[in-house]
Design a protein around this ligand. Structure first.
Ligand SMILES: Nc1ncnc2c1ncn2[C@@H]1O[C@H](COP(=O)(O)OP(=O)(O)OP(=O)(O)O)[C@@H](O)[C@H]1O
Ligand SMILES: [Mg+2]
Length: 333
């Protein structure tokens, strides 16, 4: 994957350059983390004298009208959604040609760091985290907002309130993805697109997306929290894109024989190539997953296995084509 090409000294210099500076009324204290298109700082909101997370987007994005329009629209919509599992957005705008977003500072780790540290999680923990993300996503979908970039780095895990709720999960970064722009050719070749581990087939082919693309990405995340790696692992991005579009995900129980076999069918349905074949909502997916993990049958009283067998690839009659050599799995099954 290529690195990002940031246009100004804001991101190209030493990350500590901005420390102590004030931008749009926020005094920058230290860097929390950075991704391909932004740097996140701990900052003090000088008006209210409280700590916030201040995200500064790479300057080039402010010049991309498509991104800018979406940023303005989606930060407004995200700020309007009151949900316990969505990071509250306090403020968003532009200062000195840089788009910024100020939000609640979440004390904890993101799920990427948690998985890198702990490896695969127990099913109960994976389900508790998955349900909270699912609830946030369904609320967003009810507001007509599709996240488009559900991945472990955008899931923040904070300490929970009590032993019944050992962790509290926040979803962040609504609509802040360049992926859909890049994959449909809006950004320049070589720009950072971000991870393709969680991208839905319809995002790849540039078809219109709805909440069911988030069902797919959530399923990739839930799979990874239980398996230790996402469903598809390939040597390069082209092969990974091919796998999302045509390959069947390997059964989770191949890696986790301790998990009830019906979970495979639930994941297969959530990871169906065509949105019509997936669960209608993220919570419906998680409810089926929990039932299957407990050894109960899937939704509608039918065994979950039957659901998986119904999963096809509409638009492709017959089996999917054989992948070319560059798209073969790294680890032959
Ligand atoms: N509200 C927040 N509170 C605390 N930490 C945060 C907050 N928002 C983001 N972070 C931290 O900052 C890191 C960087 O976030 P950022 O969104 O820039 O990158 P990313 O999501 O990992 O990758 P990408 O650029 O592909 O979105 C996150 O991984 C997270 O650990
Ligand atoms: Mg992020």
């Amino acid at each position: 994957m290529n690195g990002s090409r940031h246009g100004t000294s804001l991101f190209s210099g030493n990350p500590s350059d901005l420390i102590g500076r004030t931008i749009a009324g926020y005094r920058i204290v230290d860097e929390i983390g950075r991704g391909g298109m932004a740097v996140v700082y701990r900052a003090i909101d000088l008006r209210l004298d409280r700590t916030v997370a201040l995200k500064l987007l790479a300057p080039g994005l402010a010049r991309n009208d498509t991104f800018r329009g979406r940023f303005t629209h989606e930060s407004r919509v995200a700020a309007a959604i009151e949900h316990p599992n969505i990071v509250p957005v306090f403020d968003a705008g532009e200062a000195d040609g840089v788009l910024y977003i100020a939000m609640r500072f979440v004390v904890g780790r993101d799920l990427r760091q948690l998985l890198d540290r702990e490896g695969p999680l127990p099913v109960a923990v994976a389900a508790r985290i998955g349900v909270q993300v699912a609830s946030a996503l369904d609320a967003a979908h009810d507001h007509g907002l599709v996240h488009r970039d559900v991945k472990p780095g955008n899931i923040l895990v904070a300490r929970g309130t009590d032993s019944d709720h050992p962790e509290h999960v926040y979803l962040t970064d609504f609509g802040l993805t360049k992926k859909s722009l890049s994959l449909t050719g809006f950004t320049n070749v070589g720009e950072f697109v971000g991870t393709l581990d969680y991208v839905a087939p319809e995002q790849i082919s540039g078809k219109p997306v709805d909440g069911r693309c988030d069902v797919y990405s959530l399923a990739c995340v839930v799979y990874e929290t239980m398996a230790g790696n996402p469903p598809f692992q390939r040597e390069d991005d082209m092969a990974l894109l091919w796998a999302h579009q045509y390959d069947q995900p390997p059964a989770l129980t191949g890696k986790r024989p301790d998990i009830a076999a019906d979970v495979d069918a639930v994941l297969a349905k959530a990871l169906a190539k065509s949105p019509e074949d997936r669960y209608d909502s993220c919570l419906a997916f998680m409810a089926s997953l929990r039932a299957a993990a407990r050894g109960a049958t899937g939704a509608g009283g039918k065994p979950a296995r039957a659901d998986a067998e119904a999963v096809g690839t509409p638009g492709h009659s017959g089996p999917p084509p054989e992948p070319p050599s560059w798209a073969r799995p790294v680890f032959p099954r």
